[in-house]
Design a protein around this ligand. Structure first.
Ligand code: ARG
Length: 417
C-alpha cells in the first residue's frame, strides 16, 4: 500500500463543517427516540429499555456521547437505509450486512477493511448489501474518514481542452496526484483512483487500490459487435463512502456501504450525462443511429442500457433494471404501510431517468420525511433537514385517510366539470 500525506490541520476541519449540529437536548431526544424504536422493533428484551435509556441519558450528560451496542448499531444502520428517501432498492433493507468496525481506528486498518469490504460484498457476483461502520464522532474527537466519494471510481485528467476519464473526479484526481499517486503510464478513460483518507488530525493519506479488489465489467452489446471498440467498462459495485450515518444522535462519518447497481445509473447517467462521459454521439455512431430522427438519443440510451444489462448478466454480476426496481420499490412502500410506517420517498430521485412514466413509481405520490436514523452528506445540504419525524403510526393512518379524502374530493370535482 502506498501512502503519503500533507498536513491540513491548519485549514478549518472539513468534516466538522459537514456534521449535523445538535443541541444537547436534541441529541438526547434522538437517542431516546432511537432506543424506543429499537426496543419496539428490534429483537431486544423490552424490559431492558428503561435501564438502557437511563444509562444513555447519563452518558450523554457526562460525556456528550454514548456507545451503541453492536445490535443497536446493526438495527440503526438498517433503519437509516429504510429511511433514506433517495434509494429505490430498499425492499431488502433488513438484509443489510452490518460490519461493526468501530475498533479499527488507524488509517491503515480502515483502508484495509474498506478494500476487504469491496472484495467480500462482491460475493462471487451475487452482491450483498453491506456497510462497514467505523468509529463515530465522540465529543470533540473526529475519527478517520474517507474523502473519496466511492471506493471504486475512475480518474479524470484535465488535458488541453478535454477530460480523459470521468469529469466528476478531476479535482479528486488532482489531489491524489499532488499527494504522490502516480497514474498508469498510459492514461485511459477508466483508471481506478486510489482511496483518499483523512486521519483523525485531518491529514490526507492515499491508498492505492490493491490489485484484484475491484471487479470491472466490459460493456458489450448483444447485437452490435462494434460496441466493443468503444472500450467501455464500469466497476461492478458502487461502494459509497462520502455519506455520514446518523443514529440516535451519534454520527458515523466513516461508514462505506454498497448495494448493487441499477443499469440506468451507469447507462443513462455516468456514461451519457454531458458533464460525465458524454458518450451520446459515440454510441450513436456505433449503433448507426440516424441523427435526423428526433428520437435518435432515445435509441442510444435504450441500446446502452441493453448493453449494460447484458454485460453484467454475462459476467454473472447482480444488477437490476429500472422496471424491476420500480416494482420492488412499490413492494417496499406497501410493506412499510402494512407495518404501520410511512415510507419516505424523494420522487425526483426514485423515478428512473429512462421511460419514467412507464415505471409505476412515476404515478405514485411520495414524501420524504427526512427522519433519523439516516444518511447525509453535509449539514449544508441534506443534513440540516434531518430530524425526528413526528409521523407516527397513528399519524400515518391519518395521513392516509386524508389522502383518500383528497382523492375523493378531486374525483368528485372532476365529475362536476
Ligand atoms: N449513482 C452512483 C453511481 O452511479 C451510485 C449510487 C448508489 N447506487 C446504488 N445502486 N446503490 O456510481
Amino acid at each position: 500500500m502506498s501512502r503519503s500525506f500533507i498536513d491540513s490541520r491548519s485549514s478549518s476541519d472539513p468534516l466538522r463543517r459537514r456534521l449535523r449540529r445538535l443541541s444537547p437536548s436534541e441529541r438526547a431526544e434522538e437517542a431516546n427516540a432511537f432506543l424506543d424504536l429499537y426496543f419496539r422493533e428490534g429483537d431486544a428484551d423490552p424490559s431492558d429499555r428503561a435501564s438502557r435509556q437511563r444509562e444513555v441519558r447519563r452518558d450523554l450528560e457526562r460525556h456528550g456521547f454514548y456507545r451503541h451496542t453492536t445490535e443497536e448499531l446493526a438495527f440503526g444502520a438498517r433503519v437509516a437505509w429504510r429511511n433514506h428517501g433517495r434509494c429505490i432498492g430498499r425492499h431488502v433493507w433488513k438484509a443489510l450486512d452490518v460490519l461493526d468496525c468501530r475498533g479499527l481506528t488507524e488509517p491503515d486498518a480502515v483502508a484495509a477493511q474498506t478494500f476487504r469490504h469491496l472484495r467480500e460484498a462482491d460475493n462471487g457476483g451475487d452482491i450483498r448489501p453491506t456497510i462497514s461502520v467505523f468509529a463515530p464522532v465522540t465529543g470533540d474527537q473526529t475519527p478517520v474518514w474517507i474523502e473519496s466519494r466511492q471506493v471504486a471510481q475512475y480518474a479524470g485528467y484535465l488535458e488541453t481542452g478535454r477530460v480523459v476519464g470521468d469529469p466528476a473526479n478531476v479535482e479528486m484526481t488532482r489531489i491524489c496526484v499532488s499527494l504522490g499517486w502516480r497514474p498508469p503510464s498510459t492514461r485511459s478513460h477508466f483508471d481506478l483512483l486510489p482511496l483518499l483518507l483523512r486521519d483523525a488530525f485531518g491529514r490526507r493519506l492515499v491508498y492505492a487500490t490493491p490489485e484484484g479488489s475491484v471487479r470491472e465489467i466490459e460493456i458489450r452489446h448483444p447485437h452490435y459487435p462494434e460496441f466493443a471498440s468503444l472500450g467501455l467498462r464500469w466497476y461492478a459495485m458502487p461502494l459509497v463512502s462520502d455519506m455520514i450515518l446518523t443514529i440516535g444522535g451519534i454520527d458515523y462519518p466513516c461508514a462505506p456501504f454498497n448495494g448493487w447497481y441499477m443499469a440506468t445509473e451507469i447507462a443513462c447517467r455516468n456514461l451519457l450525462d454531458t458533464y460525465r462521459y458524454d458518450l451520446v454521439n459515440a454510441v450513436a455512431r456505433c449503433i448507426g443511429a440516424d441523427t435526423r430522427d428526433p428520437l435518435w438519443k432515445d435509441d442510444v440510451v435504450l441500446e446502452l442500457n441493453r448493453a449494460v444489462i447484458a454485460s453484467f448478466r454475462d459476467a454473472g454480476v447482480r444488477l437490476v433494471d429500472h422496471h424491476q426496481a420500480s416494482a420492488q420499490y412499490l413492494d417496499f412502500d406497501r410493506a412499510e404501510r402494512a407495518n404501520g410506517r410511512m415510507p419516505s420517498g424523494d420522487w425526483a430521485w426514485i423515478v428512473p431517468p429512462q421511460s419514467s412514466a412507464l415505471c409505476p413509481v412515476f404515478h405514485h405520490a411520495m414524501t420524504d420525511l427526512k427522519d433519523v436514523p439516516n444518511f447525509y452528506r453535509s449539514r449544508a445540504t441534506d443534513g440540516a433537514d434531518l430530524s425526528l419525524s413526528r409521523v407516527t403510526e397513528e399519524r400515518g393512518r391519518i395521513l392516509t385517510r386524508a389522502d383518500n379524502w383528497r382523492r375523493r374530493w378531486r374525483d368528485w370535482r372532476r365529475r362536476e366539470i
